[in-house]
Ligand binder design. Structure first.
Ligand code: FES
Length: 158
């Protein structure tokens, strides 16, 4: 049996100190990882964005064009069937996607790629970009409804 008296107590050895440091670091890293995982699963891409965003008269958008509108955080496209709104918010963790030269979209954050129709081409995103509802107000102005997704083929007739 070992008995210590006063200053005869042994100091913490170097090996023991490094073991504590390693364990402490692992606990901190684990806690941070758990926090990030919780953030990932709790993420809601459109929760903090106003729902109805006016985007001007529909004929402002020329045929066969795709225009990014920052306030709506959406690409407004016009094809032969009418006007549509494609959400620019990446379905992975909410960065804004950028249009590629071939008409598709790429996310600058983690390199997800989407086709021109918003379908996922490569992850980490696993869900397509949302198509957002468009409607006209009583003055004939188009409104993007960020709170309502629609089928990809939905158009606002012009
Ligand atoms: S936020 Fe777009 S790929 Fe991660």
């Amino acid at each position: 049996m070992t008995v210590f008296h006063g200053s005869a107590r042994p100091a913490v050895g170097r090996r023991q100190f490094l073991t504590w440091l390693t364990r402490g670091s692992l606990m901190v890293v684990s806690a941070l990882a758990v926090g990030q995982i919780a953030r990932y699963f709790a993420f809601e891409p459109t929760a903090d964005v106003p729902t109805a965003i006016p985007i001007g008269p529909p004929d402002r958008y020329a045929p066969a064009t795709l225009t990014y509108l920052g306030p709506a955080r959406a690409y407004i496209g016009r094809d032969s069937a009418g006007l549509y709104a494609l959400d620019a918010v990446c379905t992975h963790l909410g960065c804004l996607v950028e249009q590629r030269t071939d008409g598709g979209f790429a996310c600058p954050c983690h390199d997800s790629h989407f086709g021109a129709d918003g379908q996922v081409e490569s992850g980490p995103a696993s869900k397509a970009l949302h198509h957002l509802a468009l409607e006209l107000d009583q003055d004939g102005q188009a409104i993007v409804d960020r709170g309502r997704s629609v089928a990809p083929e939905t158009r606002l007739a012009i």
